[in-house]
Ligand binder design. Structure first.
Ligand code: ADP
Length: 848
């Protein structure tokens, strides 16, 4: 069955299939879910893909052609997990519904696509992670900049930023925001398209259409034509291609990147701000440590704020003030936490009001959230914060009066509306229950009238109400009872009577009307919600803000964080600083360390054995700065820091963002990025720079970079290294200071104290670490031997200051070759013959 849709002779098709073909013509890229009664069916190639991806049986349908058409079906009431799975696998799904009641339709039932869903446009709660926004973006490529317009349609948030024409900056922004789907115009850079789609699994759509007129009010205040074009580009795709209603989008936020502390994607990854490097999980990230929010909206806002620390001292201090207030009034804070816990995901509920799938349980969630508003309002007033909630008492009363407490998910089986809300509905319900009562009492009456003791009145879906008489009693049924036989069972007969039919009609008629009326009343309530949606969104935003502040105050209390003091001058004075995540996770006591840099200190050169805590110390400083600038208290005893404009890091093995570059190339690219973009107000962390290449090569580069950064850029830099030679630089250059992480050696064992002290170390502990790692003793003792020789050699021949001369001794370089060779030998896996050969080779090398 590999019949292709394109090759079909359409004139032969059955009318139903013709309708399918016409609709499918407009949705070629999507998998079309075509509603047929109780099923969604997928035909032709769509059916084959669905059956493969969803592991469903591929069947076929007679469509008037010689061959049967491949088909795959999913029951309509359990369609969600299937759609979820397909979208997760990167497909787009178009949902085609019956647009009229098949019972009432004349001829073919009208059908049409009601919405298209793709990765970037999901609104369904179950398919979204409540902690993350789900963005779709348009990127337009102008002469001097990129315009990135992005929205989370599940919340109605719309934002726009202009990024300078630099592909790695663009990429960093896209990855930082976690954008799932991107719309590019058809003249876009092919390389960019491929990069996004292949390396990052981002869904890329190409479209060069722009939505005119509709939703103009959203951008009526914007002057810049580039911005307007960005919005129109994004909206065309959403409104025309995906049939989304964007009425809940209240405006557009112009994000000025310059207002925020700049961190590229390497920095965010290296510092494990929102996920860990190895497992790419939220657990054990800084965000995980900081997030004590109670609401989904709060959790998302916290993440966004952490990725966009501020630069404006006043704005940051304002956040500190509010945290202080919450800590002082800790009873209010505790009460607020209880209240916030009652609030559902209001932002996304607002999205659902327009997204079309709002059900009565969602409305109950809105109601239950509104219920605690008056108390939250009260608390905000007590705290004297400068934001407030819009009063929603009227809406709350409406919902409380109207919505039944335990409603079903669907809207077409009634039980949505409470008694007493609508007179007509109450009357219909009375008729229905009157009828039901009558039928219930009929059993007793009929038993008496007919004298048949075990006569029963029952109900089933196919035959409706019936009178059941067991086989043994059938003889007692008389003509005059007026019973009409309906159904024969193994041991009983079922009948109907005129009076039963009459009452049944009444009940069923009332039932039908009730369902219809309840549905209409629900739609009216939805209209009231639509009118309130902007107020609801404003309230949701205020609640998220409050939730974040409460969360920040909570971690300040729980983990002994202190309020930073932000300085105008470039001085760092952190007493007993800690890395909050390592401290929380480590089994051992955390060793707090100071970080002191005067206005004149630019660079701290950190030496110390591997595993002593150099990179933790560097990360700790960056994390304290990021926390401080996002408005949080920080882990230390006291903290005085200036406001930084950018943070650059070159730490550990970093993954290659662009394309198949070598590790060393990536290292150099990152170093270049830092050097070219850092200003005096930036922070740079270089961890073991230059280790990706041969020793002297790496050391020379490290020194050159260090001197450049220290003498030209003069930004604050932490530079860890195992080249002890570099520590000499402190004597030659103003602004460079040596520090080291202490370790003690006793009986051939090393203990790491993790304590940072002034001055340099003069010893590497690499061999000890190798020992800890369990390398064979033979290798360790040989390494010690080689080291001793090497050290002796460098003392006798090379005692001059390397830092100054960088004229390396070639004897050492030769020895290096021998060493390299030796390193490659695995003594446990070598034959005597190979050993002989190697010995010979080594001898030759030593002659060189
Ligand atoms: P280096 O960069 O010197 O190789 P790391 O910074 O990676 O060392 O630290 C190695 C390990 O030591 C970390 O995983 C951490 O568990 C522990 N550590 C580092 N600094 C401290 C500290 N100040 N207090 C306690 N443990 C620490």
């Amino acid at each position: 069955m590999d019949m292709k849709r394109e090759e079909v002779d359409r004139s032969k098709l059955s009318p139903g299939m013709k309708q399918y073909m016409e609709i499918k013509d407009n949705y070629q890229e999507e998998l079309l879910f075509f509603r047929l009664g109780d099923f969604y069916e997928l035909f032709f190639e769509d059916g084959i893909i669905a059956s493969r991806e969803l592991e469903l049986t591929l069947t076929s349908k007679n469509a008037g052609l010689d061959e049967r058409v491949p088909m795959c079906g999913v029951p309509y009431h359990s369609v969600k997990p299937y759609i979820e799975k397909l979208i997760d696998k990167g497909y787009k799904v178009a949902i085609c519904e019956q647009l009229e009641d098949p019972k009432k339709a004349k001829g073919m039932v009208k059908r049409g696509v009601i919405q298209v869903i793709s990765k970037g446009t999901i609104v369904d709660f179950d398919m979204l992670n409540e902690h993350d926004n789900n963005y779709i973006a348009s990127i337009l490529d102008y002469q001097t900049s990129y315009i990135v317009t992005y929205t989370d349609i599940s919340t109605g948030y719309l934002a726009l930023m202009e990024i300078e024409k630099n592909k790695s900056k663009l990429l960093s922004s896209i990855l930082n925001l976690g954008i799932k789907e991107i719309i590019l115009s058809d003249d876009s850079d092919k390389e960019l398209i491929e990069l996004l789609a292949n390396n990052y699994g981002i869904e890329v759509d190409i479209s060069s259409d722009y939505l005119e007129k509709e939703y103009e009010e959203i951008y009526s205040d914007i002057k810049d034509i580039k911005y307007i074009t960005g919005i129109k580009h994004l909206f065309y795709y959403l409104v025309v291609k995906q049939l989304k209603d964007l009425s809940h989008v209240s405006g557009v936020e112009i994000v000025k990147l310059d207002d925020y502390l700049e961190m590229d994607i390497h920095t965010i990854r290296n510092l494990e701000i929102v996920e860990t490097i190895r497992l790419k999980e939220r657990m054990y990230s800084l965000l995980w440590f900081m997030d004590k929010t109670k609401t989904a909206g709060g959790s998302r806002l916290l993440k966004n704020q952490l990725l966009q620390p501020l630069k404006d001292i006043n704005a940051i201090n304002k956040r500190y003030d509010m945290i202080d207030t919450l800590r002082e009034q800790f009873l209010v804070k505790e009460e607020l936490m209880v209240l916030l816990d009652e609030v559902y995901d209001l932002e996304r509920l607002c999205g659902k009001i327009y997204g079309g799938s709002l059900n009565a349980r969602d409305v109950l969630q809105i109601k239950n959230s509104l219920k605690v508003f008056p108390q939250i309002k009260e608390k905000i007033k007590e705290l004297k914060f400068d934001f407030d909630l819009v009063d929603e008492n009227k809406l709350y009363k409406l919902l409380d009066d109207a919505i039944y407490e335990n409603p079903p998910i669907t809207l077409n089986e009634g039980y949505l509306i409470k008694d007493g809300y609508n007179k007509e509905l109450d009357e219909l319900k009375a008729i229905r229950s009157g009828g039901k009562e009558f039928i219930a009492s009929l059993e007793e009456e009929e038993r008496e009238r007919t004298g048949i003791k075990n006569l029963k009145v029952g109900y089933n879906k196919v035959f409706g109400y019936y009178i059941e008489i067991s086989k043994g009693q059938i003889g007692s049924v008389k003509e005059e009872f007026g019973y009409e036989r309906r159904q024969t069972l193994a041991n009983a007969e079922r009948f109907v009577s005129p009076i039963l039919k009459e009452k049944e009609a009444l009940v069923l008629n009332a039932e039908e009307k009730i369902i219809e009326l309840e549905y209409n009343l629900f739609c009216e309530i939805k209209e009231s919600l639509k009118k309130e949606v902007f107020n609801l969104k404003a309230n949701a935003a205020a609640i998220s803000q409050l939730d974040v502040l409460v969360s920040l105050a909570t971690i300040a209390d729980d983990y002994s964080l202190v309020r930073p003091e932000l300085l105008q001058e470039r001085r760092i004075e952190i007493i007993e600083g800690r890395h909050p995540v390592v401290e929380r996770v480590s089994k051992f006591e955390y060793v707090a360390n100071d970080c002191m840099m005067s206005d004149k200190d630019n660079t701290m050169l950190i030496t110390g054995p591997n595993m002593s805590g150099k990179s933790t110390y560097m990360r700790q400083l960056a994390i304290i700065i990021i926390m401080a600038q996002m408005g949080s208290f920080v882990p230390c005893r006291s903290c005085k820091i200036p406001v930084f404009d950018k943070i650059f890091t070159r730490i550990g093995a970093s993954d290659d963002l662009v394309s198949g570059e070598s590790t060393f190339m990536v290292e150099m690219l990152e170093a270049r990025n830092a050097i070219c973009n850092a200003t005096r107000d930036s922070l740079i962390l270089f961890d073991e720079l230059g280790r990706g290449t041969a020793t002297y090569d790496g050391m020379s580069l490290a020194q050159a970079i260090l001197e450049y950064v220290n003498n030209k850029i003069k930004c604050k830099t932490l530079f860890s290294t195992h080249y002890h030679e570099l520590t000499e630089l402190a004597n030659k250059n103003e602004g460079i200071k040596n520090i080291h992480v202490e370790a003690i050696e006793k009986d051939g064992k090393v203990t790491f104290l993790h304590k940072v002290k002034d001055g340099a170390v003069d010893k590497s502990y690499g061999i000890h670490v190798a020992k800890l790692a369990g390398l064979p003793n033979d290798v360790l003792s040989r390494a010690q031997e080689v080291l001793n020789r090497y050290e002796k050699l460098s003392k006798s021949k090379n005692n001059k200051e390397l830092s100054e001369q960088v004229t390396f001794n070639f004897d050492v370089a030769t020895d290096d070759k021998v060493l390299e060779k030796l390193k490659d030998i695995d003594p446990l896996n070598i034959t005597p013959m190979e050993a002989m050969n190697l010995l010979y080779e080594l001898k030759e090398l030593s002659k060189e």
